[in-house]
Design a protein around this ligand. Structure first.
Ligand code: URA
Ligand code: SF4
Length: 216
């Protein structure tokens, strides 16, 4: 990298900003170090004119192999929750704050998910912003802290502000008409909650999705 090139994904963005062009360009992104160990870029998928965009954290093990977001266990829980919230999955666009899988290896083979850091989230944000500008959703649902903090700032706390309509700073997102943004927990957090509060956690997740859908 030369001094004039900013780190991050921005310099990999194509001139043509339709989703297909973005997806093709993102395949070659080296905007942070995560491309090196992951199998492939996992770009968003879904209705290119979707009224609702769902933003997760990053692809997991199965998404990394399949090249598509939300095809693993968290995706199955999300699909069920959308249905229970009365949201047609065909009317959504699903993507992630970070497009490459970050992991460590355990015992040689198993790949263990690692949370992406702030540097990676900021490096990858140009893809997310470009997807939002291409799809122009009316509602964006941030699934978990990583997505929420990408669009709403590092101080955003899902535990405090979940389910509420919030506005991203215009320094991050400047699209017209301005989408409604709602943050909730990540479906993996609901999945992992095996306590006697699991049903309640699922119900609250569905409630957040339903109230986000009601913003349409
Ligand atoms: N978790 C995410 O945040 N995104 C996916 O695509 C899958 C699991
Ligand atoms: Fe590029 Fe994002 Fe992958 Fe980093 S995680 S290499 S910024 S696509």
């Amino acid at each position: 990298m030369t001094a004039t090139e900013a780190p991050g994904a921005a310099r990999y963005l194509p001139e043509e900003r339709a989703l297909d062009s973005l997806r093709a360009a993102a395949e070659c992104c080296c905007g942070c170090s995560l491309f090196a160990d992951a199998t492939q870029t996992v770009f968003g998928r879904g209705d290119p004119g979707a009224p609702i965009m769902l933003v997760g954290e990053q692809p997991g093990d199965q998404e990394d192999r399949a090249g598509e977001p939300f095809v693993g266990p968290a995706g199955r829980l999300l699909a069920r929750a959308l249905e229970d919230a009365g949201i047609d999955p065909a009317s959504t666009y699903e993507t992630n704050a970070v497009k490459h899988f970050k992991f460590t290896r355990k015992g040689g083979k198993r790949r263990i998910h690692q949370k992406p850091g702030r540097t990676e989230v900021v490096a990858c944000r140009p893809w997310l912003i470009a997807e939002i500008e291409a799809v122009r959703p009316q509602v964006i649902v941030c699934l978990g802290a990583t997505a929420a903090q990408s669009l709403l700032g590092a101080d955003f706390r899902v535990s405090v502000q979940r389910g509420r309509q919030v506005r991203p700073p215009s320094s991050v997102l400047d699209v017209e008409p301005e989408p409604i943004v709602v943050a909730t927990v990540h479906p993996s957090a609901v999945l992992r909650d095996r306590s006697d509060r699991h049903d309640e956690a699922y119900r609250l997740f569905v409630d957040d999705l339903r109230s986000a859908g009601a913003g349409l």
